[in-house]
Design a protein around this ligand. Structure first.
Ligand code: GLU
Length: 430
């Protein structure tokens, strides 16, 4: 019998045994497929990015040499709206990592029902090794190279690991210079004076805190006095830690790229944030004991917040986690094997695709404000953010109860149904 067209052996990136975050994502989709009913017919759509661009980013270094960096922008799915997702500058960025991150954006945006598809970008670079002017040239050349697929109605980048409001300002300016008009809506996470939104910087951490409180309420845990461990004390982990501490929780352990610190009585979070601001990391903080990086995972705590990079909670450390709840501030911090270990132990995992959706939710508010040139107060923004996060979490919680599945699978059920329903209604062209 003839092989149907399109059924040739899969390229490695479509193989669920593919190593790394993209393989993790494919396994997550496989887990949800039995719950998609007749929409499962379209599920292949989710297993391959709609569009992936690799760009060469050459820049002149301050010493006069020319350096080449590899950049990416992947638009995973555009069924529900323009692409949306951050840009990451990190020495370990690869195309398949950006593919996974773009896919998780599709799921996240559908889970909180903002009218976007999913996209992500990145440059394989250690930005800490660049001077400010090299970083600016890198950002501008990258923006120009991906300029053929981004735009306020096409695909809207935002900050992610190692990128910030200044980088968004350079991206907005470069895109605007190329099109000949100021296009504030081409990126979100901009400085407030350039069309940015109040509350955007804190939004991801605030969303983590909001769903954490909801999960605690539904499982009978009290936040006041709860012991919290946080991995990553940057924008997401630092804000979440601050909000939990303000609500009376004790942040007992923090880990970042400079080491792991511990204080069973609770760290002085404002002092720790000031130390990180000054020194670039938690290492050397006076009010704490040093602990081993691997020991961190077994620390006595009630809530664990991984808020750094992917694949941190694995089959090697999941069994040692003492927390009753894991709230994923990072994208993809838990591998499927670790997910199973945590579920079997009765640890509640609030997955990234709902827990860290606060950032893109306020990015959506920023984009709407830019289009209407009418800006909201911080109170309005925070109130709308909390409402969206609570509603989305309640919906996911209900689906998890009804189907007796994890919150991750429940979030994927809600999101994949929205995306594939849109796909089905639009139909295939031609
Ligand atoms: N980088 C963030 C994320 O992973 C925010 C993306 C955005 O605001 O578009 O969700």
């Amino acid at each position: 019998m003839a092989t149907p067209a399109g059924n040739h052996p899969l390229p490695s990136y479509l193989d669920p045994n593919h190593l790394g975050p993209w393989g993790v994502y494919l396994q997550q989709v496989d887990r949800v497929t039995p719950y998609l009913g007749s929409l499962a017919r379209w599920v292949e759509t989710l297993k391959r990015p709609k569009r992936a661009l690799i760009v060469d980013v050459p820049i002149e270094m301050d010493n006069g040499t020319i350096a080449h960096f590899e950049g990416y922008r992947v638009q995973h799915n555009l069924s529900r709206g323009p692409g949306k997702g951050g840009v990451r500058f990190h020495q370990d960025v690869t195309l398949s990592e950006v593919m996974a991150l773009s896919a998780w954006m599709s799921i996240k945006n559908a889970a909180v029902n903002v009218p976007y598809g999913g996209a992500k970008g990145g440059i394989r670079v250690d930005p800490k090794k660049l001077t400010r002017s090299e970083l600016e040239r890198l950002t501008r050349r990258y923006t120009s190279e991906i300029g053929i697929i981004i735009g306020p109605s096409n695909d809207i980048p935002a900050p992610d690991v190692n990128t910030n409001a200044q980088i968004m300002a350079w991206m907005m300016d470069t895109y605007s210079m190329n099109v000949g008009a100021t296009a504030t809506g081409v990126v979100t996470g901009k400085p407030v004076d350039l069309g940015g939104s109040l509350g955007r910087v804190e939004a991801t951490g605030r969303g983590v805190f909001t769903v954490g409180c909801e999960a605690a309420r539904l499982t009978g845990m009290t936040i006041a006095g709860a012991r919290v461990a946080v991995q990553g004390f940057g924008n997401v982990g630092g804000t979440a830690g601050k909000l939990f501490a303000e609500a009376g929780a004790k942040v007992v352990a923090v880990q970042d790229h400079t080491g792991s610190i511990h204080n069973a009585k609770g760290l002085d979070v404002p002092a720790l944030l000031a130390h990180v601001q000054q020194t670039g990391g938690v290492g050397g903080f006076a009010g704490a004991d040093v602990m081993g990086n691997d020991e961190f995972w077994g620390v006595a705590c009630d809530i664990m917040i991984p808020a750094a990079l992917e694949s941190q909670i694995t089959q090697d450390n999941a069994g040692r986690i003492q927390a009753k709840m894991v709230i994923e501030g990072a994208n993809g911090p838990t591998t499927p094997e670790a997910d199973d270990i945590l579920n079997d132990k009765g640890v509640l995992v609030v997955p990234d695709v709902i827990a860290n959706a606060g950032g893109v939710t306020v990015s959506y508010f920023e984009w709407v404000q830019d289009f209407s040139s009418f800006f909201w107060t911080e109170d309005e923004i925070n109130a709308r953010l909390v409402r969206i996060m609570k509603e989305a979490f309640a919906g996911v919680w209900q689906v998890a109860q009804e189907n007796k599945v994890s919150l991750r699978t429940a979030t994927f059920i809600v999101a994949c149904k929205r995306m594939l329903h849109a796909r089905e209604m639009r139909g295939l062209y031609p």
